[in-house]
Design a protein around this ligand. Structure first.
Ligand SMILES: [Zn+2]
Length: 152
């Protein structure tokens, strides 16, 4: 932003000069009455939005690393062959072969279907916590507590 009168960049003041509201530099503001300071920090809003994002706790679901072994062992213990097992979850036998050999990682949806049928855990919950920068909550509680104590 630049001064409305002389065009100089930098910090600007809101000023009334000869009945006109202008955004002017410090020098030009002397010609009229300063009514305020022009805030030019437009990036502050975006910064605070990003901060809110960081304090969120994200829970991600991932398929366990040893899904192939787990599925194969459990299937065998139930006395099912790959064909029978594939039928039970409405998938192709070739897909089961790929999964059990570790060549194909099942999607979350498929992993849930399999784990539901075999009663095994194939999904791991991975929690990603972002520690908040400020201790606003703690501070607010302390102040509220103090007021309560004083009123008693
Ligand atoms: Zn100026």
């Amino acid at each position: 932003m630049k001064c409305d009168m002389c065009g100089a960049p930098g910090k600007l003041y809101e000023a009334v000069i000869e009945d006109a509201e202008l955004k002017v530099c410090h020098e030009c503001s002397k010609f009229g009455k300063v009514t305020g300071i022009v805030k030019q920090d437009e990036s502050s809003e975006t910064t605070s939005k990003n901060k809110n994002k960081e304090t969120k706790t994200e829970v991600m679901e991932i398929v366990v690393n040893d899904y192939a072994e787990k599925i194969r062992k459990k299937r065998e213990s139930l006395g099912l062959n790959q064909k029978e097992f594939a039928k039970k979850i409405s998938e192709k036998e070739s897909l089961i072969q790929k999964i059990e050999s570790g060549h194909f990682e099942p999607s979350l949806g498929l992993a849930k279907k399999i784990s539901g049928l075999l009663k095994i855990k194939l999904i791991e919950e991975y929690e990603e916590k972002h520690e908040p920068q400020s201790r606003t909550k703690t501070d607010a509680f302390t102040i509220g507590d103090l007021i309560k104590t004083k009123n008693k």
